[in-house]
Design a protein around this ligand. Structure first.
Ligand code: SAM
Length: 228
């Protein structure tokens, strides 16, 4: 599987990684509430000791939320950007008996069956074909009926300016300085591969997920759950 790894480079910049943990709560409305909703959805369909695949685990923020929500869950986090994984390792050092990290792409990660999987704030770095391949690799690693939860940027493509402006205005209102907020808008506009919610949902279904439904919508962000 060929992947566009410009984002591995982006997340390998030491300054970006150093400050990373402070950013998502300012860019993503209800960031920690979304983590809690994800945990509730994971809990509904898993045994208490579930083994969970966390795709795009760099930084360790969701791993920390998940591991705190359920003290019996164990995890494999997968991410191709080493500095982001190292940041996760530092954040999660007190939890390392329950968390393993794989440096690399999902296609090269252990081919074992998990009880659940997530991909938060990550799939929008991949174009439609790469996203399809990646979601298929994740679904391939799930036990029958296991939930997969994806949250990333996704908004109507016939109203791009409206949503890009809202994203910039929200981040500015969250206290991000105006230059950084504008950079964020330009990244969303020109670098990330944002699709429409309909296209994203079709990718999840084409990977073999059933009962796919949206559970989270916050300006430019959307979240779905589906079952293998
Ligand atoms: C915006 S960060 C999100 C990190 C974390 N999931 C969170 O919510 O804070 C995007 C992450 O995706 C990772 N990434 C980039 N390309 C990837 C790929 N092909 N597969 C998995 N992760 C990837 C980056 O290295 C980075 O750690």
């Amino acid at each position: 599987m060929k992947e566009d790894n410009s984002y591995t480079e982006y997340f390998s910049d030491p300054d970006r990684v150093k400050n990373y943990a402070m950013e998502p709560p300012k860019f993503v409305p209800g960031f920690f509430d979304m983590h809690r909703m994800t945990c509730v959805l994971l809990s509904e369909h898993t045994a208490p000791k579930a083994h969970i695949l966390v795709h795009g685990a760099g930084g360790g923020l969701e791993l920390e939320s998940f591991a705190t929500f359920n003290h019996q869950w164990t995890f494999l986090g997968v991410d191709p950007a080493l500095p982001m994984l190292e940041a996760a390792q530092r954040r999660l050092s007190h939890l390392n008996d329950r968390i393993a990290l794989h440096h690399g792409l999902i296609a090269d990660s252990p081919d074992i069956k998990f009880d659940a999987a997530t991909s938060l704030l990550t799939l929008h770095v991949l174009n439609a074909q790469e996203r399809q391949n990646t979601v298929s690799e994740i679904v391939h690693r799930l036990k029958p009926g296991a939930p997969f939860i994806a949250v990333h940027c996704s908004f109507p493509q016939d109203e791009r300016d409206v949503w890009l402006n809202r994203h910039q205005a929200y981040t500015t209102a969250s206290g991000i300085d105006s230059k950084t907020a504008e950079m964020g808008r330009l990244t969303l506009e020109n670098t990330l591969h944002v699709l429409s919610p309909e296209q994203d949902e079709a990718i999840l279904k084409a990977a073999g997920l059933k009962n796919v439904y949206p559970f989270y919508a916050a300006f430019t962000w959307r979240g779905w759950v589906g079952y293998a």
